[in-house]
Design a protein around this ligand. Sequence first.
Ligand code: FCB
Length: 477
Amino acid sequence: MTVTVTTRGTAPSYLTEGRVAFRDGFVWGAATASYQIEGAAKEDGRGRSIWDTFSSVPGKVAGGDTGEVACDHYHRYADDVRLMCDLGLQAYRFSVAWPRIQADGSGPINDLGLAFYDRLVDELLESDITPYATLYHWDLPQALEDLGGWTARDTAYRFADYAQAVHARLGDRVRSWTTLNEPWVAAFLGYGNGVHAPGRKDPAAALHAAHHLLLGHGLSTQALRSAGAEEIMLVINSSPVLTPAQVHAPAAPANEADAAAVERIHALLTRQFLDPALRGEYPPAVLETLERHGGLGHIRDGDLEIINQPIELVGLNYYNPSVVEARLGEPADAAWPGSEDIRFSPADAPTTAMGWPIVPTGLSRLLLRLSHDYPEVGLFVTENGAAFDDVVTDGKVHDTNRVSYLEGHLRAVHAAIEAGADVRGYLAWSLLDNFEWAEGYSRRFGLVYVDYENQARIPKDSALWYRDVIQRNGLTL
Ligand code: FCB
């Protein structure tokens, strides 16, 4: 596979081509997630989620922030849809809060919770915005966590029941369904290093959670499909894995040990999810890691067949590349289970307010590698965006840094499509500034600024720029 990306200092070829036009039917939109925007944490029968619990523990979330009010989207959804409409969005990716539908994660279905998403979907459709519903964006009902959370096999079965209940109510109007958002993060930050809810720190628990999340994907896909769902997607956080030299010179040779480190991290980050879901098997690096952390006993006969359901799309959330080198002989305090003897370093590039390096060409490389490795499935950029320290000046936010971030990444998407990747759409992260997990409200990713004092929304310059991109179905120089 060759990717045409030039070295630093030289403009990549696609920058000089003039207008960057996307094909008709390419989908433009934005994404959010329930816990990050909804608020109304105790209303209409919503149960407690692991994020309510986690964010109430001092020291877990910056500033002691919680999602209790967030962007108050639960009450302001109609205004927010109007905003999307003003920006010309064609698609909106939102997630359903499981504890609104089943307070304890199983048992009775809460009609008031379903009614909220019912209203949201109707409002979107009236505005000609296509709903993309995600069933799990990390807000697990706390009652299920008390029974083991994703380390418990039963959670996967409960998830499929919940998926069926949501589809039964919305399936007549929602045609695109995402089972999981970023199972790697849910498993490895939630159960492995404890940075996210539920805050457990146990490598074996993280690996078990990853398998049960996949099982939940398979079971819910079966349920959705038999109920007639048209389009099913699995969304992963993926990044191209590179050696430091390859960040700006993709063809830079890697020695054998570094090349092995690159492939191992790619296997743990991406293939751990896509190989079972699309091929019905785990890559050897994942099996070896499991052998070292508690064994394979949690994988039962038939699980991989359940996980391997035909799906239409893989969604990619891309923010920055992973940069690794072998560090043989150095002390082995692995960043992740399986990453022993591998050193991670930040890419040598300017960073966002998250400290994440800005490497747009990484998105082209990722899209091309995945379309090469998994040609049977369409790709969708389900999240991409950046946090910057936005300032309101005379009622405006001149976020030129975000405009250039988005522009660079859209050019990278276009370059990948030109080189043959089957990319169906692009969803900016995020519509609104929101609760950025362990960073609380201190990091602003929105196209639209949110004043948390009074819940005012201010479309940033990037939102207005994005509106023009959508209208033109492309970029101009
Ligand atoms: C992704 C999450 C999303 C948001 C962005 C910045 O990992 O899916 O909710 O926090 O990162």
